[in-house]
Design a binder for this molecule. Structure first.
Ligand code: GRF
Length: 206
């Protein structure tokens, strides 16, 4: 059974979607550990309620980004993690971690990359920028993590229409529902060995 490590920073609704999808038997994997960089992340509570080891690893407890990321890497290794999922994780992984899991780290981003992504584009700030720009279509993207920010090969995308009366919260809610579905589908495809990375492209063998 493939062992998944999930990194979170907040409410963990993407984590919850993975937990539900695993418990329903749809995803043939198991979450070996949940790691949060915020002690108060509700996602830690979600993990505990499902008997999943839940650890908070805080940057302030380390004297460098490098040491902080090594602590994360050591925890992933201790739990024999084979696939890392960033589910609302609001910190940048160091090259050490990315190199340890080449094309084995999956991230979910709440826009259609390469739009509204990169440094500073996370959470509701993404939807604020979408509404300010006046685009008609946004969406969600699941991609492999490389050493850039939101720049790795794209696995899945799905569009979400922007409505005239949308505000950040109504749009975020509709995109979040798509994120949950897309993330679960990407993890399932990965575990079933149906994803092949060819340069920047991810080929899906359905
Ligand atoms: C949300 O903004 C979501 O779009 C992004 O991370 C944030 C929190 O997600 N992926 P979650 O509820 O903690 O999974």
């Amino acid at each position: 059974m493939m062992r998944i490590g999930v990194l979170i920073s907040g409410s963990g609704t993407n984590l919850q979607a993975l937990i539900d999808s695993i418990e329903s038997g749809d995803i043939p994997g198991e979450i070996a550990v949940v790691i949060s960089n915020r002690r108060t992340a509700y996602g830690l509570e979600r993990a505990r309620m499902h008997g999943i080891p839940a650890k908070s690893i805080l940057r302030k407890d380390y004297n460098s980004d490098h040491a902080f990321n090594i602590a994360i890497l050591e925890t992933l290794r201790r739990y024999d993690v084979e696939l890392v999922v960033l589910a609302g994780y609001l910190s940048i992984l160091s090259p050490d971690v990315v190199k340890a899991y080449p094309n084995r780290i999956i991230n979910i981003h709440p826009s259609l990359i390469p739009a509204f992504c990169g440094k500073g584009y996370y959470g509701e700030r993404v939807h604020r920028a979408v509404l300010d720009y006046g685009v008609k279509v946004t969406g969600a993207t699941v991609h492999f993590v490389d050493e850039g920010t939101d720049t790795g090969p794209i696995i899945l995308q799905q569009a979400v229409m922007v409505m005239d009366d949308d505000d950040v919260h109504s749009l975020a809610q509709r995109v979040l529902e798509v994120e949950h579905r897309l993330l679960c589908r990407a993890v399932k495809l990965f575990i079933e060995g149906k994803l092949t990375v060819q340069g920047r492209k991810v080929i899906i063998k359905e």
